[in-house]
Each structure stands twice: as C-alpha cells, then as structure tokens.
Design a protein around this ligand. Structure first.
Ligand code: ADP
Length: 249
C-alpha cells in the first residue's frame, strides 16, 4: 500500500542518515574518549572529579557503541566472536552504577553463565545497556533492577526486570516497533526495535512481560532474552531500504 511504501522510504532515508551520522561522530568521540582516559589515569584528580570523569567516559563509550551498532545494522556485521556473558554484563553494570546510585536505584544480580556464546559483542552490549537504561528510566527514582543470567534450553537466558510503573496495556503490542516511544523528545523508539533485530540475528528471542499497578500487586516490567549456544545462523540483515514497514507490529 502507499502508506507502507512511504514508511519504507522513510526507513531507507533514516537508515542512510543515521549511518552517515554514526560514521561522522566516531572520530570526535574517539578523541574525547582519549582525553578522558588521560585525565583519568593522570594524577591529581579529587575523588569527586574522578567520579565525574569516569561517568563521562562511560557515556562516551556508550555513544560510540550506539554509533557502531547503527553502522553495523546498516552495513553487515563481521563474523560473530566468543562472548562471555557474565563479564560483559558486569562491565555494563559497573558503567551504569554511578547513574543508578544517583537515582537511588539498586541493582541486584544473579549470574551463572559458564561457557562463552558466539555473538557480536558491541551489539549485544548495546542491547543490554538499552534494557538497563530503559528500566532505570521507567523507575525514575527509588527502585530495583534485577539482572539474571542462567543456562536454559541449549543456550542462556538473560533477564532484566524492574519494579517501575510497567507498560500500559495499549502500548504492549507496539513496544518493539520502530520509532515507538512514550518519551516524547527524549526518546527515539530505536532501542527495542534494534534489540529485537539484533537478537533475532543471533538466532535468539526477546520478549517481555509487564504489569501496571492497576493490574497486579507487584508492578513492573521483565525483559527476557534467550541466546543459543554455538554459532548463530548467519542471517545477514536486510538493508534499511528493504525492511518491510510494520513487520514488527
Ligand atoms: P525509547 O527508549 O527511545 O523510547 P525504546 O525502543 O528503547 O525507545 O523503548 C520504547 C518504549 O518502550 C519506551 O518509550 C517505553 O514507553 C517502553 N519501555 C521500554 N522499556 C520499559 C520498561 N522497562 N518499563 C516501562 N516501559 C518501558
């Protein structure tokens, strides 16, 4: 239909623009990252400054990750590599910790992965950061995020749960749709759509459950990712221009 044609054309343009922006910002990000690294390793910073520089560096790394995952989605990724889930998650949590502490959000973990899976580490990192940041954003202040990794059915299950307000029932079918956001100007609606695409590319699954205060005694949202062991089926992503509009509805 005409509407889906317009939508796929928009996607093609959005893809091209974001890939070129991602490319252009990679270099300045790297320079700033290097300066922060020098500051951080040099002597003479007060603990407070040290903390600020640490979190600035975390944000720069995050921006770089976003740029890279945008590029890798648009282009094709190289072959997957061995990724150990627990150290990956631990490093993400360490980087997010200062921001979480500031908002009085506790993070609890239960992580039991043993062998490495094969994945694209930058992309997986981006997906997991996104889930944790979405959880933190939903909570706002004062709450808990629970992260669990455990073996399940020939692979690993990763859970990120929060005790935030939950997703409104009317929004639940649209959560993984491209550009769906309830955050207005602050949101892009890219995060979960990207997560869905990247996890599928690894032959995995991502789903969620959510309850609002009106629906259950315990409100909150739980995202679960399942990733298979072994080499993911190499399914190259379609370039943006041929992604079917609305196929994730
Ligand atoms: P963005 O964060 O830019 O809005 P996402 O694709 O990451 O884009 O998320 C889409 C929407 O899903 C969010 O705007 C929010 O409404 C909802 N959402 C995602 N995670 C949660 C969560 N943990 N709790 C409640 N709502 C969530």
């Amino acid at each position: 239909a005409l509407t889906s044609l317009i939508a796929s054309e928009k996607l093609a343009v959005a893809g091209r623009i974001s890939a070129s922006i991602a490319h252009e910002i990679s270099n300045p990000l790297e320079s700033v990252g290097n300066v922060l690294h020098l500051l951080r390793t040099g002597a003479g910073l007060s603990p407070e400054m040290q903390r600020l520089v640490d979190s600035a560096q975390g944000e720069i790394i995050r921006a770089g990750d976003i740029a890279r995952s945008t590029l890798s989605l648009y282009r094709e990724s190289a072959a997957p590599v061995e990724v150990s889930l627990v150290p990956l998650l631990q490093s993400i949590i360490d980087l997010q910790a200062p921001a979480l502490v500031r908002n009085n959000i506790q993070i609890q973990t239960r992580m039991r992965a043993t062998v490495a899976i094969r994945a694209y580490p930058g992309e997986l990192r981006q997906v997991l950061i996104n889930l944790i940041q979405n959880a933190a954003a939903a909570i706002g202040e004062d709450g808990k995020i629970f992260v669990r990794v455990q073996p399940r059915r020939g692979g690993y299950s990763i859970t990120v749960a929060d005790n935030g307000p939950g997703v409104q029932p009317a929004d639940r079918t649209r959560l993984f749709s491209l550009f769906f956001t309830t955050k207005g100007e602050q949101g892009t609606g890219l995060g979960l759509w990207l997560a869905h695409s990247l996890i599928e590319k690894l032959g995995g699954r991502i789903k969620f459950r959510s309850r609002t205060a009106g629906e259950a005694a315990i409100r909150g949202t739980l995202f679960n990712i399942w990733l298979p062991l072994g080499t993911p089926p190499y399914v190259p992503l379609a370039p943006f221009s041929s992604v079917q509009a609305g196929r994730r509805q």
